[in-house]
Design a protein around this ligand. Sequence first.
Ligand code: UFG
Length: 351
Amino acid sequence: MANILVTGGAGFIGSHTCLVLLSHGHNLVVIDDLSNSSSVALERVAKLAGVGFGKERLQLIRCDIRDQAKLEAVFTSKANCSSQLEAVIHFAGLKAVSESVAKPLHYWDVNVSGSTALLAAMEAHECRTIVFSSTSTVYGEPEFFPLTESTPTNPIHPYAQTKLAVEQILGSLAIAGPWRSACLRYFNPVGAHPSGSIGEDPLGVPNNLFPYITQIAAGRHEKLRVFGDDYLTDDGTGIRDYLHVMDLAEAHAAALDHMLQSRAPLNLTLNLGTGKGLSVMNVVHGFEAATGVTIPYEMVGRRAGDVPKLEACPKKAEKILGWKAKRSLADMCRDGWAWQSANPNGYRGSK
Ligand code: UFG
């Protein structure tokens, strides 16, 4: 049991991870600016975990990670009540690829300056254990598969560049002092907690495939536009390694335990995926089979910046953490639909 600071803990992956961490007995302080997330997610996490919201086990503080003074005050106030923060799970950041191309300075500011402010506050309070949200997009457009952690990185947009920059900062810190860090390179997290009470709730029209599909099923959009059917893949549509968000949440708990148990400095980089790529049409048909809901679609041209294929080699995570994705595409679709059908408009308007 440890006292953990979770940045961005009200978001999609953050809220699911908070639930798993609570079930492991950890006490959580979430900081989130709520710019693309909702406090309702954490109220529901508290309910699912059977803990009080805003009490000792799960607190939420509204804070921008660039606000170093406020971050330091959070560390100080926890230390003053003998519940010193021992580790950080760092989700907070911006994640829309096309927005990052349009607003690169904003991405470098929030993702990189925000992370350095957080790391400086951690250093000042001798809290030097961190799990960081990175991304498979650091590999760019790779030629050889599956992707291992030693596949060369080649970030092709500011979103991936900023994530890789933070990985590099964590590498420098591990050389300079006793830091323990784990950079988790997520492939494509989808689905929801099986209760259907928490899930993905993007602002505006979703950019990503899976929430777009669940919102079509909920009647919010007419049809899916499949971006490209002329890739060199079996059915011509793009391939990604989709993994269930609960598997991903469990990987964070395993990474945290691994680091808390390690006496030596660590700087780990781990791919988190299933190792099995699926095409856009595999996902569409998988969703239809799992839910019985038809997803109308049309083939359109490729989306700028998309790569044909990303697929993980997840063996290092299994070897080091003993973690392996265990949920199927059918689980991802059933649970994602449980969330969207119970919350057609996400957290908005709900209590
Ligand atoms: N796609 C469509 N139609 C859509 C949306 C997506 O055909 O309306 C296709 C894309 O062309 C791609 C696949 O579905 O082939 C997956 O696209 P996503 O937008 O869901 O995900 P990306 O692989 O582009 O990855 C992005 C970020 C990742 C992040 C991931 C999930 O780059 O960092 O979304 O959030 F992990």
